[in-house]
Design a protein around this ligand. Structure first.
Ligand code: SF4
Ligand code: SF4
Length: 365
C-alpha cells in the first residue's frame, strides 16, 4: 500500500481507505470487525465511520476492531462525524463517538453532510463550528474536516473560510465536472481530500459500455478503472470504499496493486465523453430516504439513470429486477412537499422525473 500526505496535517493516509457504511451483517459485530482487520492487513490505515451508519452499528463494529488494531502497534486513523448545528448537539455526538470507538481523541472529525450554504451558515450561527474548534483545542479531535455534497463552486466558498484541514466528498467519473472546482480548491489550499462513492453508486461498473472511456487499457475492470480515475488526481489523498465483506476488501486492494502511479489524466478529453446529462445522475446516496409518504425515492430516481443512459425500455427491468418494484402507483402518493428535492445530494428535479417515469413506465413494461 502507498501512503499520501493528507494536506498539511503531517498525517499520511493509505491511498485506499475503509468506509464503514456498508457492513453486510451489522448485527454481527465480531464478524464485521474481521472485515476491518482484514483491511488493516492489506495496509489500509484510515477508517471512516459515522453515527447512524449500518443501523447505527458501524461505530460499534469499528470500536470493536480498534482494540485489536491497537494491539498490532501499527498507526491507524479514525474518522467520525456530526451533522448537528448546535454546540450541545456536537458535544453529545462527539462524546458518544469517542466512547463507542474506545479512544480519547478522534484523529479526524467531520462537520458532516453540508448540503447547502444556508445549512453551512446555520452550523456557524448555531454554535456547531465554535464547539468543533473548542473540541480540537481541548485535544478531543486532532483534525477538523468537513464532508459535503455541495457543487464545486460552493465547496470553494467553504474552503476559502480557512476553517477546515480537509474535505470528504463524492467524486467519480459520473459527477466530476460538478465537483471538480472543489477538488482543485482543496489542492490549492493544502487540504487533504478523501473521496467517497468512487463507483458512482454502481452506475460505472454496471454500464461498462458507457464508461469505457475511463479505462486505461482493455483488460481493466470497471471498478479498477473507476479507482484509477480517482488515484490519478494529484489532489486526492485517498479513495474511501464502503466494504461489505472481506472479499470486497481483497478486490479493492488488488485494484490498488495494479494501479500505476504517475498516470496522467486528460480530464478535458474525459469530459468530452461525458454528456451534459451525466451530472444529472442519481448516485444512490439515499439521503432522500425519509419521504413522509413512504416512497422509496432513490429506487425510482436510480432507475431513471438507466432510462437516461439506456433508453425507456430499461426502466421496467431496472425497477423490477434490481429494486423489486412492480408498478409505479406509489408515486401517486407523493404530496409534492419537495423534502426529497431539498436533501438530494445531486440537486435533481425529482418530481419532474416522477412524471417522466409514470409516462414511460407503461411503454417499458
Ligand atoms: S416530494 Fe413526494 S417523494 Fe418527495 S418527500 Fe415529498 S412526498 Fe416524498
Ligand atoms: S435522488 Fe438524490 S438524494 Fe436520492 S439517492 Fe439519488 S442522488 Fe441521492
Amino acid at each position: 500500500m502507498e501512503f499520501a500526505a493528507y494536506g498539511k496535517t503531517g498525517v499520511r493516509l493509505s491511498r485506499l481507505a475503509f468506509g464503514g457504511m456498508r457492513f453486510a451483517e451489522p448485527r454481527n459485530v465480531e464478524k464485521m470487525a474481521e472485515v476491518v482487520l482484514a483491511a488493516a492487513g492489506e495496509g489500509i490505515n484510515y477508517f471512516d465511520t459515522a453515527p447512524g451508519y449500518c443501523a447505527d452499528m458501524s461505530e460499534k463494529i469499528i470500536g470493536h476492531a480498534v482494540r485489536q488494531l491497537q494491539r498490532s502497534g501499527n498507526r491507524f486513523y479514525l474518522s467520525s462525524k456530526t451533522s448537528k448545528s448546535d454546540a450541545e448537539g456536537v458535544r453529545r455526538d462527539l462524546s458518544k463517538s469517542l466512547e463507542r470507538l474506545g479512544v480519547d481523541c478522534l484523529d479526524f472529525y467531520h462537520c458532516w453532510y453540508i448540503l447547502s450554504l444556508e445549512g453551512w451558515e446555520r452550523r456557524k450561527s448555531g454554535g456547531a463550528v465554535d464547539a468543533l474548534l473548542a473540541a480540537r483545542e481541548q485535544g478531543l479531535i486532532s483534525h477538523l474536516v468537513f464532508s459535503t455534497h455541495l457543487p464545486g463552486e460552493e465547496i470553494v466558498k467553504v474552503i476559502d473560510e480557512d476553517i477546515f484541514e480537509g474535505v470528504t466528498l463524492g467524486y467519480n467519473a459520473v459527477n466530476f465536472p460538478y465537483r471538480e472546482a472543489g477538488i482543485k480548491a482543496a489542492g490549492r489550499a493544502g487540504l487533504g481530500v478523501a473521496v467517497m462513492n468512487p463507483l458512482g453508486g454502481g452506475i460505472i461498473p454496471e454500464n461498462p459500455a458507457v464508461f469505457s472511456f475511463i479505462k486505461s487499457h482493455s483488460r481493466q475492470s470497471m471498478p479498477e478503472a473507476a479507482l484509477d480515475f480517482l488515484w490519478s488526481h494529484a489532489e486526492v489523498t485517498t479513495a474511501l470504499v464502503g466494504f461489505s465483506n472481506i472479499e470486497q476488501v481483497k478486490e479493492a486492494s488488488a485494484a490498488w496493486k495494479k494501479f500505476t502511479p504517475g498516470r496522467k489524466l486528460d480530464l478535458e478529453k474525459i469530459k468530452g465523453h461525458i454528456e451534459a446529462s451525466f451530472d444529472q445522475l442519481c448516485t444512490g446516496c439515499r439521503y432522500c430516504k425519509d419521504c413522509p409518504q413512504g416512497i422509496e425515492v432513490y429506487k425510482y430516481i436510480e432507475a431513471y439513470n438507466h432510462l437516461m443512459l439506456k433508453g425507456g425500455e430499461s426502466l421496467y427491468d431496472r425497477l423490477k429486477w434490481h429494486h423489486g418494484v412492480d408498478g409505479v402507483e406509489a408515486l401517486n402518493l407523493c404530496s409534492a412537499c419537495r423534502e426529497c428535492e431539498k436533501v438530494c445530494t445531486q440537486h435533481l428535479p425529482i418530481l419532474e422525473r416522477f412524471e417522466e417515469i409514470k409516462r414511460v413506465y407503461g411503454h417499458s413494461a
